[in-house]
Write a protein that binds this ligand. Sequence first.
Ligand SMILES: [Zn+2]
Length: 330
Amino acid sequence: MEAAVANQTYPLWEQHCCLPLQPTASIAGLRRYRRPAGSYLSVNVGYAAQGKAESTAIAENFRSQAGGDIELVTEFGDVDAVRDAGGLALAFDLEDSAPLDGDLSNVAHFYELGVRSLLPTYNRANAAGCGCLDTDDTGLTRYGRDLVREMNSVGMMVDGSHCSTRTGLDLSASTERPMIYSHSNLRRLWDHPRNITDDQARACADSGGVIGINGVGIFLGVNAPEDEEQRLSAMADHIEAAVDLVEVDHVGIGSDYSFDAEDCFAEIASHADSFSAAYTAWGPLQWVPPEDVLTLDRILRDRGFDEASIEAVYGGNLARVAAAVWATRG
Ligand SMILES: [Zn+2]
């Protein structure tokens, strides 16, 4: 702890970032998150547009490139081993249950490939429940509840980001393990359908879980390309507001950084059914880049956070949830 304070650095736990969803994409850009104290990164391997075969191929491609300073982790104990050596600990996440192809046994298939969290519904209703862009919100379906049970059993974190308000609350009520909002900001600061209500945040915290604050301009309310500094400051605002709302033990970081903006814009254009004007009304999406995420500890210190609180938000809290949820080798 003394050394960490002296270096003003803690290990980072980044709960969600995005490489192109292509079976040929390079993971080299992940090194932008390197940090002397080490980093954990969860990289997306599919959303509503993918099925099992495609997400499997994407995950296999990322796996094939890991090694050296980017190490795939299997269980929680691996994370610190990689980070203590200053490396990047890598695992995956899914945004939507579509890649399960309707078969809950595929939760275990993706767990084996390194997927450690899944959100059931990406923006629009599916077999598992409603999304945050739906006008009718009937919450989690029976299949969605079975999915939560299977994820609890396998050791995959239940994620409420992109889900509707009621689906998110149903997830909190259904899960027997702490849940997360991997990358969700607060509606109390910026009234956007992708942002979560106070009730959702409280229910997540009550499960023992964590809300990962993201760095996406349209979800922060600061999307002008030139407003980079204000965007980072707004990310710190959401962290502060979340700490006020649910206490410091339940706040983390899931920046949602997209390493290839053009690829992301093409994805939104070609899968318009999954999105709405809530994504396009402010012009091309902007993100807080990794280099700025790596300065958040200093900004939180400037705002009066003590060292234990900075360490918790920077990664300690999400690490606690992972330790409680991920399976351990028998
Ligand atoms: Zn997302």
